[in-house]
Design a protein around this ligand. Structure first.
Ligand code: SAM
Length: 246
């Protein structure tokens, strides 16, 4: 197998991401509330509303929630579908999944599968799912194109792709405030609350490097999806991208 310079870079990135989430797993949920002032909850609600999982049907609605971490999206999917949807949470990080499993047990959700795997190489057959969701996850994956083509592969024809991710702020003035907040405040909060400034510094930088709404939409089309579009949330601080496998 080739292990050239590019591979080393990719391995290094994933290794760093894994360390970040291993370090913050236990405080991940509280940090999200503190840093976003609770707004991440509204974004996640909007995201799952957009998915609108059916409440009935001849068989359970199968959703794969990739980079599902501690389960926030999967729990909302179960709730919104009245228990009809069956989420599979996939994450590369055992520490995040452990927190997710514990939360699911506390809520009494027995119909959620937790699987440790890489978004770039999903251990499922072609056409296994009705929908694919990924929230604040794709930015962390080293080879986004690979993750997108895996999303396309595991969806059934007619299956939908939905991604919630930080994006490019498109409101003059808000962009300046947002930059100040993210580069100055977030790493300091990470230091104070999670005792981990570097991890949060990494997170902020990864948001800046991520492609903007249009460029990301184009990448989704490149992976084979049709009817690709996006909706901005909070002036583009986050965005929901959707696509369909035809
Ligand atoms: N979706 C959850 C949420 O919205 O609260 C968690 C988002 S968290 C910011 C990002 C997650 O992506 C982490 O749990 C991390 O372990 C996971 N991740 C990073 N690289 C991954 C990969 N290559 N495959 C699968 N998951 C990955």
């Amino acid at each position: 197998a080739s292990f050239g310079y590019r591979d080393v870079e990719v391995e290094a990135k994933q290794g760093m991401v894994d360390e970040v989430f291993h370090n913050v797993a236990k405080r991940y949920d509280i940090m999200n509330d503190v840093m976003s002032g609770g707004v991440h909850r509204l974004w996640k609600d909007a995201f799952v509303s957009r998915l609108a999982p059916p409440r009935k049907g001849p068989r359970p609605f199968k959703v794969i929630d990739v980079a599902g971490g501690t389960g926030d999206i999967a729990f909302r999917i179960v709730e919104r579908s009245g228990g009809h949807a069956r989420p599979t949470v996939v994450d590369i990080n055992g520490s995040m999944l452990a927190v997710g499993r514990e939360r699911a047990a506390k809520k009494g959700y027995t119909d959620i599968d937790f699987v440790e795997a890489n978004a770039e190489d999903l251990p499922f057959e072609d056409g296994s799912f009705d929908a694919y969701t990924i929230a604040f996850g794709i930015r962390n994956v080293p080879r986004i194109d690979k993750a997108l083509s895996e999303a396309f592969r595991v969806l059934r024809p007619g299956g939908r792709f939905l991604c919630l991710e930080f994006s490019a702020v498109d409101v003059p003035g808000l962009d300046k405030i947002y930059d100040l907040y993210s580069f100055n405040v977030i790493p300091k909060m990470g230091k104070l609350i999670a005792k981990d400034e570097d991890s949060y510094q990494y997170l902020v930088e990864s948001i800046k490097r991520f492609p903007n709404q249009e460029r990301f939409a184009e990448m989704i089309r490149q992976a084979g999806f049709s009817r690709v579009s996006y909706t901005n949330l909070t002036g583009g601080v986050a965005a929901i991208h959707v696509g369909v496998k035809i």
